[in-house]
Design a binder for this molecule. Structure first.
Ligand code: FES
Ligand code: FE2
Length: 528
């Protein structure tokens, strides 16, 4: 379970264990300043400079002046949600043989492999004929994307080059602009397909002017990268907050993630004061400091990175790579891509770059690591789903009024909210693709479903699921076969019956195993 250990190790990146007691004095409260955002409309005008920061408006003793570097800029630029690259899917989880539907920023897109140009394409997921989803189509023998409703075919530039119903000697309807599919600029960067969420032809070559953010570890061959993705039933804002909140780990993921033990244990879970601070915040995101435990970055709009300080190997574990290269520093990171899908829904792509235990992580299949990551995601999923609804119910999503964040452990969360309010209009700009209302809460089993949110989208888990399911059927057949042989031959009957029972029991156990790891794993915090 090296994958599991790897992710456990990474959890330690986040968990400082300062033993200083939290004191609820004025200087301990977070000195961030929010620009109030009108709840009825998302103004894109320059916001005025706020004069006071209130972490907790109802309590005057909590009012303090903003830290200079976090003070609102009266000429704050406006973040344009549609002028950035968005990750779509890791390449390893895409199938070149089939188009794949995705939703990002409320836009329905189809990703497909253009074998003629050897590149991934991202189109609007609507056929220009009668708007059937192209993602339900196929790639034909000439490498064109074919709409399976009436057979229209499109090349990688979005041009229609075949309409079966058009007579060859009739008007060239294929060449009409209206027969073209809208094409989004796309690229592959750090082994992930990215797209630019604007089909306007002026952005056709946007990649020449602006590239997706470069993350050095993801380009370093000495690192191995453990990648995966999952769709989650809570929104982008809540996802980013959660990923930048180390204080929740000992509690929400108790017993799942290994955390640094505090010197003085004040409870079973091992929580302690966490000294976080924002060092720089601007329209592009912020840099957060965890003291000796490293640096966190938020690169707007999607990326959060945590980098560990070098891990010192005290020789208490046999790390082949480190032994061979004693001077090598063991490093790990957590790179998260948080992708807005629609209000109340987001997609997480995680990449864990590690420069130690490389050979183990090369051998262990990804689905083993994914079991561990999915367990972590499940354990706070329900909390976050409901939390988001409470925030929305509370005075129309006025976060700073709804929440009380008195300690420095929330500094990154407050930093993100500050960025969101100061630069980005207070929330994702859905451009009318959605009304903004959250979808209803489905039954718990559906909410925590792993199959549709992950397994079908993951090439490794999908193969493992099929393999384990086939094994389950084989065991059931074997059980029946042993019974049949015992009845027909009357030879070694007891042995045959015993074998049948063993096979049957194994198939039942496997059935539960598959259900728990690939469908639904409930999580009861009260009994952990
Ligand atoms: S809707 Fe696509 S071909 Fe008719
Ligand atoms: Fe997976």
């Amino acid at each position: 379970m090296e994958g599991l250990r790897a992710s456990s190790d990474l959890s330690s990146i986040h968990i400082p264990n300062s033993t200083r007691k939290t004191q609820f004095t004025r200087h301990k409260f977070l000195n961030f300043q929010f620009n109030p955002v009108p709840t009825s409309t998302l103004s894109r005008k320059t916001q005025s400079k706020s004069k006071l920061f209130t972490a907790m408006p109802s309590s005057p003793s909590f009012v303090s002046k903003p830290e200079p570097e976090l003070e609102a800029d009266s000429r704050a630029e406006k973040f344009d949600w549609y002028a950035h690259w968005y990750p779509v899917m890791p390449v390893c989880d895409l199938d070149k043989r089939a188009p794949r539907a995705k939703k990002v920023m409320g836009l329905d897109i189809v990703v497909w492999w253009d074998k003629n140009e050897s590149s991934w394409r991202v189109f609007k997921d609507a056929c220009p004929h009668r708007l059937a989803p192209l993602s339900e189509g196929r790639i034909d023998q000439w490498g064109r994307l074919q709409c399976v409703y009436h057979g229209w075919c499109f090349n990688g530039s979005g041009n229609c080059n075949f309409i079966p119903q058009a007579p060859p000697d009739g008007p060239p309807v294929c060449r009409s602009k209206r027969a073209c599919v809208a094409v989004y600029p796309s690229t592959v960067h750090h082994d992930i397909v990215w797209f630019w969420p604007d089909t306007d032809p002026q952005y056709k070559d946007i990649i020449l002017k602006k590239q997706p953010p470069f993350i050095p570890e993801l380009d370093d061959p000495s690192y191995i990268k453990i990648t995966g993705s999952r769709d989650l039933p809570y929104g982008y804002e809540v996802m980013i907050e959660n990923l930048m909140d180390p204080a929740h780990v000992p509690y929400a993921h108790y017993g799942i993630m290994r955390t640094r033990k505090p010197k003085v244990k004040v409870d079973r879970e091992g929580g302690s004061p966490v000294e976080l601070s924002i060092k720089k915040l601007d329209i592009d995101g912020f840099v957060g400091d965890q003291g000796q435990f490293g640096v966190n970055k938020f690169i707007a709009p999607c990326i959060t990175c945590a980098h560990s300080s070098p891990v010192i190997d005290h020789g208490d574990s046999a790390i082949a790579d480190a032994e061979k290269q004693p001077s090598m520093q063991r490093r790990a990171g957590l790179i998260f891509f948080s992708i807005p899908i629609s209000p109340g829904n987001s997609r997480l792509i995680w990449v864990i770059p590690i420069n130690f235990r490389v050979w183990i992580n090369k051998v262990v299949p990804r689905f083993i690591n994914h079991w561990a990551v999915n367990k972590v995601l499940d354990s706070d999923l329900y909390l976050l789903h409901l939390e988001e609804r409470k925030i929305m119910e509370n005075e129309s999503s006025n976060w700073q009024k709804a929440c009380f964040v008195p300690t420095k452990s929330d500094a990154f969360v407050v930093g993100f909210r500050k960025w969101l309010h100061k630069y980005a209009g207070g929330q994702v700009d859905w451009r009318g693709n959605h009304g903004g209302a959250l979808p209803p809460t489905p039954p718990r089993e559906q909410l925590l479903d792993r199959y549709w949110s992950h397994v079908v989208n993951c090439s490794s888990c999908n193969s493992a699921y099929k393999g384990f399911s086939a094994l389950e059927v084989i065991l059931q057949f074997a059980s029946l076969a042993f019974i049949g042989i015992a009845g027909a031959t009357k030879h070694k009957t007891k042995t045959m019956v015993a074998m049948a029972v063993v096979c049957f029991a194994c198939s039942k156990w496997l059935n539960q195993f598959i259900y728990k790891n690939f469908h639904f794993h409930d999580y009861d915090h009260a009994f952990r």
